[in-house]
Structure formats: structure tokens, C-alpha cells
Write a protein that binds this ligand. Structure first.
Ligand code: CLR
Length: 409
């Protein structure tokens, strides 16, 4: 490994910076939780929800046994389970092929919603950001991924609908050429089967992925689950080149596999295993990981790692880090009564801080993000200020302390 001063190339500098962020994770990632089965008390969802028709998620008070040991912030990180697709995209020289992999990444974000009919904790104000809006930033050698997670939700009785409004941005650094900007928005998620006692998460609607730099587009259509089992999880779509000509057909199931097939001049839905021979066979672009057995709450192998807090990491992370949040920790450990009292306590603490702020005429300002206008798309977005990683590195080297952060837990 090169030493910092001798690293002149920009790509290598990124790799060095990212390697530093591995500090604290020397003992590896965890594969299991303390619990190996879901032992939450079983309560009828409909029995509780029927009085809440017309409300949005933030106005629903539910017993903590309806929760899972994640928060809406974790649900944002969760979308990064299949980032190898972005690494593959960066290696492709054809921009329509890059689009195939970027679109597959955007669609892969839904695989983790299967079997997860539980309420994530609401983030606390200052637990990196104000509750209804989550801002995210992730960086890697070949790409940066950032955006805003903001959902509008409403319980209609028959279904509970969640409409994400924020835009997601990807800055890809292809090996073969200049940096590119991609954007997309999330589709609608819906909990169906509440009245019949068989609640399931469905995801549906169009997803448009756009390459702002070179003009390719991909439209993926998530089909709503119909009456027939065979129509569940279906996705289909196409990638068009910068002249609007279709180059790839894509299709598959968002809970399982996605395929792509080169489409020279015409369109046809992709049927797995029915390629038309030579060079025109459908290729598997993405495949979902298996859910490990012995993991409660139906978490994916990646989600299991998120709330882990290895001893070597503890002294490095910010005091506002979600992994230090006591109610979520108790939930993960199956201590549901403690989870409920701690949840109350931290929420009460948050309310008190808000009242104090209001009395002082002060406004909450996020530490790591600030609102800005995006230079390419013109939208408002949350711009990461880079401070978090800089400070974390200094803390890890014993040169600084986390200061001026709210005491939220
Ligand atoms: C969907 C993708 C978005 C972020 C997001 C926000 C809210 C999440 C939703 C996702 C998935 C479904 C979800 C929802 C909050 C509540 C709901 C987890 C991840 C569950 C299934 C509702 C359970 C029913 C309760 C009333 C018990 O980018």
C-alpha cells in the first residue's frame, strides 16, 4: 500500500481515503444477531391498525413489537447491498451496458423488502438528520451515491402506501472515460393483505434512470401484484441509447433475478432462458442473496451487519451514531420492554430539546449536509460537506474529538 504523500493519482487517493474508513472493522463483519428466532409477541395487525385509517406513518402510535431493529436511516443504507453492480458498471466501455448495471442496482434495492412487514424506528433529530428527511452519502473508488430519503405515507385501510419523493444520484467514474451523473426516483411501496391477515410488501410503478452526461435512459416498470401469483414481483423495461433507440430489453423479478438482452432495432419482452441463440441470449445481470436461516426479523445478510458495534469501532464513531441508539439495540436483543421504555425516553428527550430550541428561537442545523441546488439537475438536494469522514479520521488517529454534536441518546 502506497503512503499518502507518494500517491499522486486521484483514483489511488480515493482508495487510500476509503481504506482509512475501514478502521474499527478489523474483527470482520457479523453474520448473526444475538437472537436466532423472532420471538416478538404476535398481535393482529388489522386489530391495531383499523382505528388509524387515513393517518400517515408518523401519526400512528404502534407498540414496539411492530418494529424491527432498524430505523429509516438503516433502510437507506440497506439499498447498498449490491454495490458490486456499480463496480461492474464502471468497468464497461459501452454506456448502454453501464446503464444496464446501474438500472439493475436501482432495482436491486427492493429485494430486501420481502418478508419485512415491520416498522423501522423513526430516526431522532440530529441522529445525523431531522426525522422526516434522511440525507445519505456513500463514496467508493469508482462511484459516489447520494440522495434524500423522504416518504409520504398513508394508511387506506386496504393498503398502507409509501411514496418516496427524493431523488437518488450516482456519480460513476468509468475506467474508460469521464465521470457521469445518473439519477432515479424510487417506486411506490405498499403493504397489502392487512385485512386478510396476510400482510405483504409490494413495490410498483415506473422507475426512470437517466444518464445526464451521455443521454442514455432506462425505464423499468414494476408491475403491481395482481390476483395471479405469477404476476408478483415482475419488472420489465428497456435501455435506450442517446438517440432514443432501444438497445437492451430488461426483465425479471425484483425479489430474485434480473436479465438483460441486446435488442438490435426491435423490442420484445425478456423471457428467461428463451434467448434466440448466438449473442442474443438473455444475460443474468443481478441475483438476490439468499436470506440466511437463524436470523430473526427476516433481515438480509447485509442488513445483519448494519447495527453491529465491534469493540474496536466504539471509540471511533460519533456519539450520534445510530449503532449507539439504546432502544434499537434492546429491540435487536429481544428485550422488548426495555426497547419500549428507551424509545419513550429518547423521544421525550427529543421533544424537550425541540421545545428548548423553539424557546430560544434557534433552528436545528444538520452537521454533515446542507441544502443546495444541484449543478446538473437544478433540483434542491442535500450536499454532503465532507466533514464527517475528515473528523472521523482525526478521531481515529487521536487528533480530535467529536464536538458540538447533540446529545440525543
Ligand atoms: C421503501 C423504500 C424507500 C424507503 C422506505 C421507507 C419506509 C419503509 C419502506 C421503504 C418499506 C416498507 C416499510 C416502510 C415503513 C413501514 C413499512 C418498511 C424501505 C412497513 C412494511 C410497514 C409495516 C406495517 C406497520 C404498520 C406495522 O426508499
Amino acid at each position: 500500500q502506497a503512503v499518502d504523500s507518494s500517491v499522486t493519482n486521484e483514483q489511488d487517493q480515493r482508495v487510500v481515503a476509503i481504506k482509512k474508513s475501514y478502521k474499527g472493522y478489523e474483527d470482520g463483519i457479523r453474520k448473526r444477531l444475538k437472537l436466532d428466532a423472532d420471538n416478538r409477541p404476535k398481535v393482529s395487525l388489522w386489530g391495531i391498525l383499523k382505528s388509524m385509517i387515513g393517518k400517515d406513518m408518523t401519526k400512528m402510535t404502534l407498540p414496539v413489537s411492530f418494529n424491527e431493529p432498524t430505523s429509516l436511516l438503516y433502510r437507506v443504507v440497506e439499498d447498498m447491498e449490491y454495490t458490486e453492480l456499480l463496480d461492474i458498471a464502471a468497468e464497461r466501455t459501452d454506456p448502454t451496458e453501464r446503464m444496464v448495471y446501474v438500472a439493475a442496482f436501482a432495482a436491486s434495492e427492493y429485494a430486501s423488502t420481502i418478508g419485512r412487514v415491520a416498522k423501522p424506528f423513526n430516526p431522532l433529530l440530529g441522529e445525523t438528520h431531522h426525522p422526516p428527511v434522511g440525507a445519505a452519502w456513500a463514496e467508493s473508488a469508482k462511484w459516489d451515491y447520494y440522495g434524500e430519503s423522504h416518504v409520504k405515507s398513508k394508511f387506506y385501510g386496504k393498503s398502507f402506501d409509501i411514496n418516496p419523493t427524493g431523488t437518488w444520484f450516482l456519480r460513476l467514474r468509468p475506467t474508460s472515460g469521464p465521470e457521469e451523473l445518473y439519477t432515479w426516483k424510487k417506486v411506490t411501496s405498499s403493504v397489502i393483505g392487512i385485512i386478510t391477515g396476510n400482510p405483504t410488501v409490494d413495490n410498483y410503478g415506473p422507475m426512470e434512470v437517466k444518464n445526464w452526461t451521455t443521454g442514455e435512459e432506462c425505464v423499468l416498470d414494476f408491475k403491481p401484484r395482481g390476483w395471479k401469483a405469477s404476476s408478483a414481483y415482475q419488472v420489465s423495461g428497456k435501455v435506450t441509447d442517446s438517440h432514443g433507440k432501444t438497445r437492451w430489453s430488461m426483465g425479471g423479478r425484483w425479489n430474485d433475478k434480473l436479465y438483460a438482452r441486446l435488442t438490435p432495432g426491435y423490442e420484445e419482452p425478456v423471457t428467461p432462458g428463451h434467448g434466440r441463440g448466438d449473442g442474443n441470449q438473455a444475460i443474468v445481470v443481478w441475483q438476490a442473496h439468499e436470506r440466511p436461516s437463524g436470523i430473526p426479523f427476516n433481515l438480509t445478510p447485509f442488513v445483519v451487519t448494519l447495527n453491529a458495534l465491534p469493540d474496536r469501532l466504539k471509540p471511533i464513531i460519533a456519539p450520534t451514531d445510530s449503532r449507539l441508539r439504546p432502544d434499537q439495540r434492546a429491540m435487536e436483543d429481544g428485550e422488548y420492554d426495555l426497547a419500549a421504555t428507551e424509545k419513550n425516553r429518547v423521544e421525550e428527550k427529543q421533544r424537550k430539546k425541540r421545545r428548548e430550541r423553539e424557546a430560544a428561537g434557534a433552528e436545528f442545523t444538520p452537521c454533515w449536509f446542507r441544502k443546495d441546488r444541484h449543478p446538473v439537475t437544478g433540483e434542491e438536494y442535500w450536499k454532503f460537506n465532507g466533514e464527517y469522514w475528515r473528523l472521523r479520521e482525526e478521531v481515529a488517529e487521536g487528533k480530535a474529538k467529536w464536538e458540538d454534536l447533540e446529545d440525543i441518546f
